[in-house]
Structure formats: structure tokens, C-alpha cells
Design a protein around this ligand. Structure first.
Ligand code: ZN
Length: 311
């Protein structure tokens, strides 16, 4: 350790970021043209990021923002070395994703019944039955299946979510063949305390299943949550360029943690992400231009801490 440097303890030396701006981000913004989505995907593909959630294959009536998923994906540059994924709600979506050539596919269930019913009009158990079928279909087609457990850190309708309930969902989907599990902080209710509780509850029962965390910065705790997760040995995170997403129509509903804020913090801690922060900031500026509103990223506003002001 260099004299004067802070010992950051036992933290991972490398973190894998999945960029979710093109899907989770844009799905929660006012619709933008196909061509703009392609430009954003291409800009992100050039940042060195290892994974990008590109589109979702959902019914256009349910989510008009993703109605052009096939066109967007057909026109996007598939950058060598980048793993692209798509989110699907059902078998029809899975078929579209597979036909488009995706081999990494995500499906969603909420950790709380009320949120799941509001979303898909089914109980959690009913959704888990559907997901078991979907996982089998995806794996039979040679794709991997990731189950996203939304509202893992709290539900806007039910409040606190019991970490054991989250762990039971993991039990079920792992038994059904899920390749990976991720935990969504859908409305920004996670805190370091909650992160510790959920990760510990799941890790106790599933020490070897790859876990990915997805934070929103709704209440300003996203980077604290990332740091807590790093201390628990988590090395995979979702983040959204510029902080794209969150519903701009709902008061206070800021979106996903901004990718450049996570990368900026990690690099300063000596943790490698493979991402070129300057290229990422260019993509963030493009994202802001595309949606036509100021995005909530502090690093986009102020620039990285290494960018000095002329004295
Ligand atoms: Zn999100």
C-alpha cells in the first residue's frame, strides 16, 4: 500500500457492469425514434462495457417505447466481446428474442404479491409457474435464463419485503434451472442495511449462484448500496447511462443509478470495469440529447474528479 493511501479492505479487483439504459432506461422515458436508440446502443458498445441489456420483446400496447425492438436490434452494431441481453415477459416474447438471435434472456417476477399483481395480474406463485416453463423453453433453445426479482428490497405497496421471501423465490427458480438471478430495487427502497439482509439470506442457501444487483437512486442510496454489495463480494451490477429511466412523469421517481457514477467511483477505488469513462460520458451526453431532458447524473454534470478546473 502506498503511504497516505486508504486501505479499502478486501474488495473485488474487477466488477462487471451491465448497461441497461437502452432497455430499462428508455422503456421508462417518453418514446424516442428508432434511429436514436440505435445510436445510443452503438455508442455504448464502444465504451468497453462487457454487457448491454439491449431491448425487451413486449407487446407494443403494453410498452410502446419498445415496439420497435426488432428494428432497433437489426440495425444496431453488435460489438465483438459485448454480451447483449433481452428481457421477455412470456413465451411469445421469448420466441421473438430467440429469433432475433439473443442467447442471454431475462424474465421478471416481483418479490411481493401486490406488485406482481399490479404488473402482470398474477400472484407470485402463478408467475413462478410461468417462469419455470419459460426457463425450460429458453434452455432447450440453447439460451441462458436470468430471473430478475423486482421489489427485492422493498415494495411500494407492501413496504418491507422479507429477505427470506426473496430467498425462497431464488430456491424455486434455481431448482427450475435459472442460470443467474438478479435483484431489482425497482422503486429505490434499498439501503445498505437491506442489501446486506437480502444478499446474506440468498448467499446462505445459494453460495454459488451468480447474483447481480440493480439499484435505483430514488432516495440517494445507490452508490452506498453498491459499496455495501462490494464488501459482500458481489461483482455484478446493472447501471444506466446518465441515470436514464425512472418515470419522468411520476414525481420523485428518479431512475437507475448512473453508469458513469458507478464507474467513476470504482475506478478511483482501483476496481477495474473495462470501461473507458470518457467514452461513457460521451454516451451519457448523447442519452441526454436523445431524451431531451437533463439527466440526474452528477458525474455527467461536473465531470470526473480528475478533470481539473483551470486555476
Ligand atoms: Zn431499473
Amino acid at each position: 500500500m502506498i503511504k497516505g493511501e486508504v486501505d479499502m479492505g478486501e474488495l473485488p479487483s474487477r466488477v462487471s457492469i451491465r448497461e441497461v439504459g437502452p432497455r430499462d432506461g428508455l422503456q421508462n422515458e417518453a418514446p424516442v425514434p428508432t434511429e436514436a436508440k440505435v445510436r445510443l446502443l452503438d455508442a455504448l458498445g464502444r465504451t468497453g462495457v462487457g454487457r448491454i441489456e439491449a431491448v425487451s420483446f413486449v407487446h407494443p400496447k403494453a410498452i410502446p417505447q419498445m415496439a420497435d425492438a426488432d428494428e432497433v436490434w437489426a440495425a444496431a452494431t453488435k460489438v465483438d466481446g459485448v454480451r447483449y441481453s433481452a428481457l421477455v415477459p412470456n413465451t411469445r416474447g421469448a420466441q421473438r428474442a430467440l429469433a432475433a438471435g439473443f442467447t442471454e434472456i431475462e424474465v421478471v417476477v416481483s418479490a411481493s404479491d401486490t406488485h406482481n399483481r399490479r404488473n402482470v395480474n398474477r400472484s407470485v406463485d402463478e408467475s413462478l409457474d410461468d417462469i419455470a416453463v419459460l426457463i425450460a423453453e429458453l434452455r432447450a433453445a440453447g439460451a441462458t435464463a436470468e430471473v430478475i426479482v423486482s421489489t427485492s428490497f422493498g415494495c411500494p405497496y407492501e413496504g418491507d419485503v422479507d429477505p427470506r421471501a426473496v430467498a425462497r423465490i431464488v430456491d424455486r427458480v434455481v431448482a427450475d434451472g435459472a442460470d443467474r438471478v438478479s435483484f431489482g430495487d425497482t422503486t429505490g427502497m434499498a439501503t445498505p442495511h437491506r442489501v446486506q439482509a437480502v444478499v446474506t439470506a440468498v448467499r446462505e442457501r445459494h453460495p454459488d449462484v451468480p447474483l447481480l444487483l440493480h439499484f435505483h437512486n430514488t432516495r440517494g442510496t445507490a452508490l452506498a448500496n453498491v459499496l455495501t454489495a462490494l464488501e459482500l463480494g458481489i461483482t455484478e451490477f446493472d447501471a444506466s447511462v446518465g441515470g436514464l429511466g425512472g418515470c419522468p412523469y411520476a414525481p420523485g421517481a428518479t431512475g437507475n443509478v448512473a453508469t458513469e457514477e458507478v464507474v467513476h467511483m470504482l475506478h478511483d477505488m482501483g476496481i477495474d470495469t473495462g470501461i473507458d469513462l470518457d467514452a461513457l460520458l460521451e454516451a451519457a451526453a448523447l442519452a441526454e440529447e436523445i431524451v431531451g431532458r437533463e439527466l440526474p447524473s452528477g458525474v455527467l454534470r461536473a465531470g470526473p474528479r480528475t478533470r481539473l478546473v483551470r486555476a
